[in-house]
Design a protein around this ligand. Structure first.
Ligand code: GUN
Length: 291
């Protein structure tokens, strides 16, 4: 069984980007600049955004963090977005999700300039991705594809089951895996909460990507011998014996499922770190496009 070490691959990608940034500077070009807007003080969101900013420092990007009150109005948030759309020094930016109740997420995502939408959530980018046109690919699906690629896991002709149909992970990764492209050509089933007889579907899968957010949902009797498992789940579960007071638990019963797998991502240290490095990659591409 091979552990798909997202932490290591993510570090490799960051080191590659760091070199590319040094080359840009040596050639008199600007550093990439990523901005992030966070609304409210949700612990998990603050942790993710903090990691994104630290990763920017590591690779040598400029970064800007805009923290806004939970009570901010939609109108004022749209003003901040417009400001970033116009700011020539900013190559790309993200609005950390989820947003507080009362703010229309779709309206906010639509307001982001697609050329700066390094999350790839704007309909223009999502549409282009779906049509296999050049676009920003959402960071988590992009990270999964990159991980499969760097570990040389064959997807062509494989039965691939994606569990969870979110716009951020499940749906885009299902689209990418079915395309005629790198790490595509798979036969994809997108399963979700209304799927019947899930076990009969997952037991046929060569590759399972679980993006549900239900701790240890995928049990060993749901998978076949020799399966490849990509676990996107990162649920915080209270744990008094951990210094943080919680543990991060994936969607997969790792201990038992790993025994039947030929390759599996751990949680933490699998898909999570890949998301950050692919966001940095998109930001580099956004910066390069502006040259
Ligand atoms: N919330 C959970 N994942 C993501 C992500 O990839 N980008 C943003 N902006 N918010 C998120």
């Amino acid at each position: 069984m091979k552990i798909l070490d997202g932490k290591k691959i993510s570090q490799d990608i960051k080191d590659e980007l760091k070199k590319l940034v040094s080359n840009r500077i040596a050639n008199g070009l600007k550093k990439p600049h990523l901005a992030a807007i966070i609304v409210g003080s949700d612990g998990a969101s603050l942790t993710y955004v903090g990691s994104k900013v630290r990763a920017c420092d590591y690779v040598g990007y400029d970064s800007t963090l805009i923290q806004l009150e939970e009570s901010i109005t939609e109108e004022l948030l749209l003003e901040q977005i417009n400001r970033l759309n116009k700011d020539k020094s900013v190559d790309g930016f993200i609005v950390q999700l989820p947003l507080p109740k009362g703010i229309d997420e779709q309206k906010i995502l639509l307001a982001i300039d697609p050329n700066k939408d390094v999350d790839g959530f704007h309909p223009t980018n999502f549409g282009k991705m779906s049509l296999e046109m050049e676009s920003f690919i959402p960071a988590t699906p992009y990270g999964i594809i990159e991980l499969l690629d760097r570990y040389k896991i064959e997807t062509s002709g494989k039965n691939c089951v994606v569990i969870g149909r979110s716009n951020i992970v499940g749906r885009p990764v299902s689209i990418l895996l079915s395309q005629k492209s790198k790490k595509g050509d798979a036969t994809v089933t997108l399963a979700h909460s209304r799927t019947k007889n899930l076990k009969s579907i997952t037991r046929n899968a060569d590759i399972i990507i679980s993006a549900l957010g239900i701790p240890e949902f995928l049990k060993s009797d749901m998978v076949k011998e020799g399966v490849v498992i990509i676990d996107v789940g990162i649920t915080r579960v209270p744990n008094d014996s951990s210094p943080k007071g919680y543990s991060i638990i994936g969607d997969v019963d790792y201990k038992k499922v790993s025994k039947k797998s030929i390759a599996i991502t751990p949680v933490p240290g699998g898909v999570g770190p890949m998301t950050i490095s692919m966001l940095l990659k998109n930001t580099f591409l956004a910066c390069q496009r502006k040259d």
